[in-house]
Design a protein around this ligand. Structure first.
Ligand code: PLP
Length: 404
């Protein structure tokens, strides 16, 4: 790749205070969220790196430039974000895109050719399903959707042409937990790659590359951005040759993260660990309350010992995340009504922001999958627990469910 790929601490240690240079003991996750890709500006000393809006960069002589030529190919603010997400996932190469879907498209394009086959989760994010089934299938890419909690189902779906297993864990919206290490072993024994959509967990809770995955994809729109004010996506890989191919795709198709979006995402990432701790704490309290509620048929939260993926989640995640789904005994119309009755939980799509959100997946985020193998139950409600006071969140849900 032509862009300057630099590593945290190693790359510009001359700009760091002497004490920190000698003792980079702060190379822990929380420290990386604040500093990786975000060193003070070398030219001015600005503590927060500037937003570089330039679309083109001066060349000192023809072909002799300072690492940047044209901002679709590389931009300093985007490069900072790319370094940061790579560092957070423990990888060498990060690429930032205009959305999570643009990132997904780039890896599918780079990893699959006509005639290849991909295995996706039976409860994949609806947009992933739409991309694979509606845009890639017509180009000759075959796909099968199976329950990824069941390794035998993945093995059973295997074909000679299988090149990729697309994992989401926990899944959106059913919060299925998938054993990343086991899927990676199975796929690698058969010569295929594993992509993990780490949007729900974030690298603070789970680092798929350390468990054997080949690629991590993020909708940075969610927890990494964290404030519901930016749409973005990212890919993280260790394989240099694949990174090269992805950088080529990114430049050729042009779905890059803009400088302001990159800056906003970097600003959000600084507080990722603190926010995630709070998201997880609130989600656990909400899940425990719902599990006792007489109107609730089932709570889907990996932190509850009753969740089928609880043990795997305990092993591969630091905590259980901020997302909670649940089903109402009274069915679909009651679920739709309850979604409209909350006062603090905002009715809206998306997730991972500081404010709590509620939605009805069957009619909102997953409306594009009815009749497909990915159809979600009509009585399902999905919550994105924010960082508000936990008692307030519980009171709000109690009142919304009071006559369900
Ligand atoms: N992956 C997951 C798990 C998601 O929830 C989403 C969006 O909701 C995406 C990918 C797509 O990301 P974006 O909306 O940023 O394109």
């Amino acid at each position: 790749m032509s862009r300057p790929r630099r590593r945290f601490w190693r790359r510009s240690s001359s700009s760091l205070p002497e004490q920190r240079r000698q003792n980079p003991a702060g190379d822990e996750f929380e420290t990386r969220t604040v500093h990786a890709g975000q060193e003070p500006d070398a030219a001015t000393g600005a503590v927060v790196p500037p937003i570089t809006l330039a679309s083109t960069f001066v060349q000192d002589a023809v072909g002799d430039h300072r690492g940047y030529e044209y901002a679709r190919s590389a931009n300093p603010t985007r490069a900072g974000l790319e370094t940061c997400v790579a560092e957070l996932e423990g990888a060498e190469h990060g690429l930032a895109f205009a959305s999570g879907m643009a990132a997904e498209d780039a890896i599918l394009r780079a990893a699959l050719d006509a005639g290849d086959h991909v295995i996706i989760p039976a409860d994949a994010y609806g947009g992933t399903y739409r991309l694979v089934a509606r845009l890639y299938e017509p180009t000759g890419v075959a796909w099968t959707a199976v329950d990824h909690a069941d390794l035998d189902a993945i093995a059973g779906a295997w074909r000679d042409e299988t090149k990729l297993v697309w994992v989401e864990t926990p899944t959106n919206p059913l919060l299925t937990v998938v054993d990343i290490a086991a899927v990676a072993k199975l796929a690698h024994e058969r010569g295929a790659r594993v992509v993990v959509d780490n949007t729900f967990a974030t690298p603070y809770l789970q680092q798929p590359l350390t468990l054997g995955a080949d690629v991590v994809v993020h909708s940075t729109t969610k927890y990494l951005g964290g404030h519901s004010d930016v749409v973005g996506g990212a890919l993280v890989v260790t394989d240099a040759e694949l990174a090269e191919r992805l950088a080529f795709t990114q430049n050729a198709t042009g779905g890059v993260a803009g400088p302001f979006d990159s800056w906003l995402t970097l600003r959000g990432v600084k507080t990722l660990a603190a926010r995630m701790d709070r998201h997880c704490r609130n989600a656990m309290r909400v899940a425990q309350m719902l599990a006792e509620h007489p109107a609730v048929a089932e709570v889907l939260y990996p932190g509850l010992p009753s969740h089928p993926g609880h043990k795997t989640a305990q092993e591969q995640m630091r905590a259980f995340g901020g997302m909670v789904s649940f089903r109402l005994l009274a069915g679909e119309e009651a679920a739709v009504r309850a979604c409209g009755r909350t006062r603090l939980f905002t009715l809206g799509e998306s997730l991972g922001g500081v404010e709590s959100l509620i939605e009805h997946p069957g009619r909102m985020t997953h409306a594009s999958v009815p009749g497909s193998p990915l159809e979600v139950p009509g009585d399902l409600i999905r919550l994105s627990g924010g960082i508000e006071d936990g008692d307030d969140l519980i009171d709000d849900l109690r009142q919304a469910l009071s006559d369900s």
